[in-house]
Design a protein around this ligand. Structure first.
Ligand code: NAP
Ligand code: GLV
Length: 313
């Protein structure tokens, strides 16, 4: 079987070596512009449209990330970009869930235990005990209860915090109060102290972190956005900070990445910026997962993680 690989800024040699070990019979190559030679599978991250041109032989496209929004944006801009016969398959956890849980837990506990404020006090050599946030009302709301959101919600619940979760379909997660669908969205948001976003970026979820959403949260709530920059209406966040409706935010993803040097988020002390690293693609885990799925497809078996193109995730 012939496999194309494309991942900008990655060590392609190391990826191809690992895939060669996992799939010894495969004919593997890194895609280069102009490459129109046949391929059965494509393993890609943020591919250019040209990679898909004329690929009537492609059986599946494996996305080297959980979110497929970049590929679906190509399809949206130029319908027919994705070969009709090819399934689009995403990474499912593959080592990202523990990373996401660490990142979000750190952000939540840092705000809850007021570590930023103690950091400021240390600069002033000030010894002053701050009132703790009452645990019983320190409600964390997780938007999206998929592979990553469910793991994050369970991890936060293990600290004894009141945790809510929101998804499209009804879910049951031990220790988490769940809400589903538009009709329950306001109930989910009502009085939340920390809002964590782990939704996929789709036409239904774009701009979901907006002034209306913030207005439903507890006064002085905190935002953690680890999904996509397109979920957040940036000016609404700055306004909510200004008005005191939000106390701060930890942001890992942005509308424009890298975040431009003159962007106001860099200068806002209540915003913590990280460069899209909350859960990175791990080569070893990803090669194992993708290789197993390729082998299953070769045997004619179904695989999980196939994207529903109409739903967008
Ligand atoms: P997933 O398993 O597909 O889960 C998506 C969740 O969102 C599901 O619970 C789904 O509900 C819910 N959802 C989707 N559309 C909705 C809507 N309109 N209203 C309410 N709920 C909706 O995805 P995942 O693997 O957890 O990943 C989530 C996202 O995290 C990715 O799409 C990606 O953008 C982001 N991510 C970021 C990083 C990073 O480093 N910053 C790393 C990895 C992933 P149902 O369960 O009912 O379908
Ligand atoms: C990273 O952002 C991913 O979607 O895996």
């Amino acid at each position: 079987m012939k496999i194309l690989f494309y991942m900008p800024h990655a060590n392609a040699g190391a990826w191809l070596q690992d895939f060669a070990r996992a799939l010894p019979d495969a004919d593997l190559r890194e895609w280069q512009p102009g490459d129109r030679a046949p391929a059965d599978f494509a393993v890609v991250w943020r591919p250019p449209r040209e990679l898909f041109e004329g690929r009537t032989d492609l059986r599946a496209v494996f996305n080297l990330g959980a979110g497929v929004d970049a590929i679906l944006a190509l399809e949206h801009a130029n319908p027919g970009t994705l070969p009709r016969q090819a399934q689009l398959v995403r990474l499912e956890d593959s080592g990202m869930a523990p990373q996401m849980a660490e990142y979000v837990t750190h952000a939540v506990l840092r705000y809850m235990r007021r570590f930023d404020e103690y950091g400021c006090q240390q600069i002033e050599r000030r010894w002053h005990e701050l009132d703790p946030h009452p645990r019983a009302t320190f409600t964390v709301g997780v938007l999206g209860l998929g592979v990553l959101g469910a793991h994050v919600a369970k991890t936060l619940a293990s600290f004894g915090l009141p945790v809510r979760g929101y998804s499209r379909g009804v879910k049951q997660i031990e220790g988490v109060t769940t809400y589903a669908g538009e009709a329950q969205r306001d109930g989910f948001l009502d009085g939340v102290k920390v809002l964590v976003n782990l939704l996929p970026h789709t036409p239904d979820t774009r701009d979901v972190l907006n002034a209306r959403t913030f207005s439903k949260l507890a006064k002085g709530a905190y935002l953690v956005n680890v999904a996509r920059g397109g979920h957040l209406v940036e000016q609404d966040l700055l306004d909510a900070l200004e008005q005191g409706q939000l106390a701060g935010a930890t942001l890992d993803v942005f509308r424009e990445e890298p975040l431009p040097p003159d962007h106001p988020f860099w200068r806002e002390p209540r915003i913590t910026v990280t460069p899209h690293i909350s859960a990175v693609t791990l080569r070893e885990d990803s090669v194992v997962q993708v290789s197993r799925k390729i082998q299953a497809m070769m045997r004619g078996e179904p695989v999980t993680g196939v994207i529903d193109l109409a739903r967008g995730y």
